[in-house]
Design a protein around this ligand. Structure first.
Ligand code: K1U
Ligand code: ZN
Length: 167
């Protein structure tokens, strides 16, 4: 198992659109295991492959208190969405910032598991928000794209300054 490096906004690699997963091999299983370890260590409730500079359509989430209910979604597709709700969102790629984002309240998603088998889930509230947030990453989209350009620019400048100080 290995901890992976998480890219930070405004790294342009976060804007890459991920490609479909076609090989369900040992390499993919190692990546999933490393992503789960990285998410738990961060700590976070989700992680998309894009955030660790792997441009494949793969995400992991675990919204449980006990951190014992991981879900792995490969090539996820939203089949239907219902309602709307606004929730404060954070992002491991935008550390230290939380902003309200409006998203669908319930989603039905079809995805593949680590062996390539298709399955469907229904998610609501935080799980639904987290899945939509991680699926945005696979499109190269970040939650800061939903806020004003003024706020986004402020966050960008602060994170750029912080990166320079850390170097
Ligand atoms: O995509 C990511 O960077 C993960 C992100 C997911 C997310 C959080 C909140 C709303 C939507 C999506 C995070 O996990 S940020 C960290 C966080 O929210 C958290 C960390 C520890 C305990 C509980 C929450
Ligand atoms: Zn994120």
């Amino acid at each position: 198992m290995a901890l992976l490096n998480i890219l930070h906004f405004p790294d342009p690699r976060l804007r890459t659109r991920a490609a479909e997963v076609t090989e369900f091999d040992e390499e993919l299983k190692i990546l999933i295991s490393d992503m789960l370890e990285t998410m738990y260590e961060a700590p976070g409730i989700g992680l998309a492959a894009t955030q660790v500079n792997v441009h494949k359509r793969l995400l992991v989430i675990d919204i449980s208190e006990e951190k014992n209910a991981p879900r792995v979604l490969i090539n996820p597709r939203i089949l239907s969405a219902q309602g709307e709700e606004e929730m404060d969102e954070g992002c491991l790629s935008v550390p230290g910032y939380y902003e309200p984002v409006r998203r669908a309240q319930k989603v039905r998603v079809r995805a593949q598991d680590e062996n390539g088998n298709f399955f469907e889930i229904r998610a609501d509230e935080l799980e639904a928000v987290c899945i939509q947030h991680e699926m945005d990453h696979l499109e190269g989209k970040l939650f800061v794209d939903y806020i004003s350009s003024l706020k986004r620019d402020r966050i960008r400048k602060k994170l750029e300054r912080q990166k320079k100080q850390d170097q």
